[in-house]
Design a protein around this ligand. Structure first.
Ligand SMILES: Nc1nc2c(ncn2[C@@H]2O[C@H](COP(=O)(O)OP(=O)(O)OP(=O)(O)O)[C@@H](O)[C@H]2O)c(=O)[nH]1
Length: 531
């Protein structure tokens, strides 16, 4: 990808102050539009950490739009990021959601038109939040759904609560919803901060988690934005994320003693690097060995020779050199090479898209390595790389195929608050969003940590709830057109009393060929609301 230098093609993005009103305009070029949104206190802190990363704002951060959303206006005012949105300001008057996920969700829904305006035209949206609190837990999935609605790729990065907070249940609701609207979901387990850094001062420990969140975000942006010797771009990221399954973003920066033996003892050093990269202490289990596709950016000093690079990347692609020998017969007989013979070539290993950038050696001459990996396809049944065999995020969702790719924002007018059809659907779905999926006893027995419970739960619900969701979305989008009753319900800060929040039964019946509508039962009693 070449970065355009022609400033005539600039587009203009709206920037909000803490009142949700536009205060200034910023100019960007016509690169893919990338937006980073931190929602709730933890999400805000992660974006703030990103701002503080040395060199980030002077480099790739310049071409990215950053926002912080929160119900708590004070929290927003204390942070560096200039683009701020107070959620649910009319109702909450800038006060926080008080750890009540119902309040946080309604506040986000109240601000849905501003959020839509912000994500309009986005190609890639990062959403970061802490699961378990009032604002970010369900607010994040509403933002994610809105971003999917404009056709963006959504990468979500969240923290799981400390065990002592007793917020696992809320966190589970949040993760479950966010998972549906995310092309990639990365989870950092706060509890592991205690296990890995028991003697760190409290905020220093939190910063370790914030560092991982912000490194993952900046690593992916670098893959897209930084011109590299072997180039990668946004399309490469899309190819990898469209492989389907769960995905993981890993980042590691290494230098010094541990790498010093890379030229004398490459095998041992590569073992060390592989372990360092794939076992990041705070990230929930990644099962990276199950990945079916990788996007790997290696930025390294001159110590990393062709041979070493080949050995290292082969660890991920699981290439067996003998497989390549079997191609000799075909190469010797090129004149008779027909499609059938080409079809017989097996692509057994994961797909790997590789980017490389040379780094200067460190001052004392020792090696340096920054590695960013987007791994995906974990949890799909077929680990072969043939993409057609996977249910891709785009293929699987009628909702996504209906999504409208918005045009880049070119107007200088303030964001409108007129409701649109997609927003109404989101508002409606937000009410029905939380399914009744308490972890089964079996899951509880197996689970040993926050992340185990959450991950086991996600795996459990996946197929059935996805189907339910598709039915719901198919009906709901048609149904909510100009339905003032629905609009009114969504404006309401509290949920309707009815347990059955599936609003338009008639449309759903039509969309499911007169089968009974899928009922998504949900009441406030299902939520673990600390009041
Ligand atoms: N790693 C990390 N986790 C955090 C940080 N701040 C909060 N958390 C975690 O995120 C969870 C949610 O907290 P917040 O993000 O502050 O909550 P919120 O979404 O703003 O919700 P309300 O405060 O209730 O409006 C907490 O339970 C913590 O586990 C942070 O700076 N770093």
């Amino acid at each position: 990808m070449t970065i355009p230098t022609n400033m005539e093609n600039e587009i203009v993005l709206p920037v909000f102050n803490s009142n949700g009103g536009k205060t200034e305009m910023k100019e960007r070029d016509q690169l893919e539009k990338i937006i980073v949104i931190g929602i709730g206190g933890a999400g805000n802190n992660a974006v703030d950490y990103l701002y503080k990363q040395p060199g980030y704002m002077d480099n790739v951060g310049k071409s990215v739009v950053h926002y912080i959303f929160n119900t708590d206006e004070n929290c927003l005012n204390n942070l560096q990021c200039e683009n701020k949105l107070v959620l649910g300001k009319d109702t909450l008057k800038g006060k926080g959601a008080g750890a009540n996920i119902n309040v946080g969700r309604n506040a986000t829904v109240e601000s849905i038109d501003e959020i839509t305006e912000i994500v309009k035209g986005a190609d890639l949206v990062f959403i970061t939040a802490g699961m378990g609190g009032g604002t970010g837990t369900l607010g994040s999935s509403i933002v994610a759904e809105t971003a999917k609605n404009v056709g963006a790729i959504v990468v979500s990065l969240v923290t799981l609560p400390f065990q002592y907070e007793n917020r696992k249940r809320n966190a589970f609701y949040g993760i479950k919803n966010l998972y549906k609207y995310s092309d990639s979901l990365i989870m950092i387990d706060n509890q592991k901060i205690v296990d890995f850094y028991p003697d760190y001062e409290f905020t220093q420990g939190l910063d370790e988690a914030n560092k991982i969140l912000s490194n993952a975000i900046s690593g992916v942006i670098k893959i897209i934005r930084n011109p590299t010797t072997i180039n990668t771009d946004f399309e490469d990221l899309k190819t990898i994320l469209n492989t389907g399954g769960k995905s993981q973003i890993l980042y590691r920066s290494l230098e010094g003693e541990e790498l010093a033996s890379i030229t004398e003892n490459p095998d041992e050093t590569i073992d060390y690097i592989y372990k360092e990269v794939t076992t990041s202490p705070l990230i929930t289990r990644s099962n990276i060995e199950q990945a079916t596709a990788f996007l790997i950016l290696l930025e390294c000093s001159s110590h990393f020779t062709q041979r070493i690079m080949n050995q290292f990347v082969s660890r991920f692609s699981r290439v067996n050199q003998e497989d390549d020998d079997s191609l000799d017969d075909l190469l010797d007989d090129l004149a008779n090479l027909d499609d059938e013979k080409i079809e017989s070539i097996e692509n057994n290993g994961p797909q790997v898209i590789f980017a490389y950038n040379k780094l200067p050696n460190s001052e004392d001459g020792t090696p340096r390595l920054n590695i960013t990996i987007v791994a995906t396809g974990m949890g799909t049944h077929d680990s072969n790389r043939n993409q057609e065999q996977h249910e891709t995020p785009i293929q699987e969702s009628a909702y996504r195929s209906q999504s409208i790719k918005a045009q880049p924002q070119t107007s200088q007018t303030a964001p409108k608050v007129a409701p649109n059809t997609n927003n109404l659907a989101i508002k409606q779905n937000a009410e029905a969003k939380v399914l009744d999926t308490k972890p089964t006893p079996a899951v509880k027995e197996e689970a040993t940590s926050n992340s185990d419970i959450l991950l086991a739960g996600l795996q459990n619900l996946d197929e059935a709830s996805r189907q339910k969701l598709l039915e719901l979305l198919g009906g709901a989008q048609v149904a909510t057109n100009n339905n003032p009753k629905v609009e009114e319900e969504y404006r309401s800060p509290v949920l309707p009393e009815s347990n059955n929040l599936f609003v338009n039964q008639e449309a759903t019946n039509k969309s499911t060929q007169e089968k009974p509508a899928t009922k998504l039962s949900f009441s406030d009693d299902d939520l673990d609301i600390d009041e």
